[in-house]
Design a protein. Structure first.
Length: 150
């Protein structure tokens, strides 16, 4: 592991989870009206990554709603990158103004601060997901879980 990997892990404050959670992203800038329903690509307690059909400028204030949990949140665009050369979509990184588990993930990773460590430890030891079930309960010690990787 090189020093850039160590600093990236130190900067991340909670485990990332790949998850497609439906939501609506609405731009709060009156000069740049935009609202789009979509799904998250990755989530944690500080925010999410979302695929959108247009770029949003970093620093732009946004509102997240229509989450399955019924929760709403204000946030800011942290970054925005095109999804491949010539793509019509962008991956937009969104930082929540108030960090938390607005996503309804249960049990949550220990570093999300909402679940006892014992429940997460059991899941991290390799409890297999049921066939066709998203493995929300599986987490790695490295900060991000990839269901397809071994």
């Amino acid at each position: 592991m090189d020093s850039t990997e160590k600093s990236a892990e130190a900067a991340r404050r909670s485990t990332r989870i790949r998850a497609q959670i439906p939501l609506r992203v609405t731009c709060l800038d009156a000069a740049n009206p935009f609202s789009e329903a979509g799904h998250t690509l990755v989530i944690n307690t500080q925010g999410c990554g979302v695929r959108l059909t247009r770029p949003l400028k970093p620093g732009t204030e946004v509102f997240l709603d229509e989450l399955p949990t019924g929760k709403r949140a204000t946030a800011r665009v942290a970054n925005c990158v095109p999804l491949g050369a010539g793509s019509q979509c962008w991956v937009v990184g969104i930082a929540l103004d108030e960090p938390g588990n607005i996503w309804g993930i249960h049990p949550a990773p220990a570093d999300w601060g909402s679940e006892p460590a014992a429940a997460v430890t059991t899941a991290a030891e390799g409890t297999p997901a049921k066939s066709g079930e998203w493995p929300y309960r599986q987490f790695s010690n490295r900060g991000e879980f990839h269901p397809g990787r071994r």
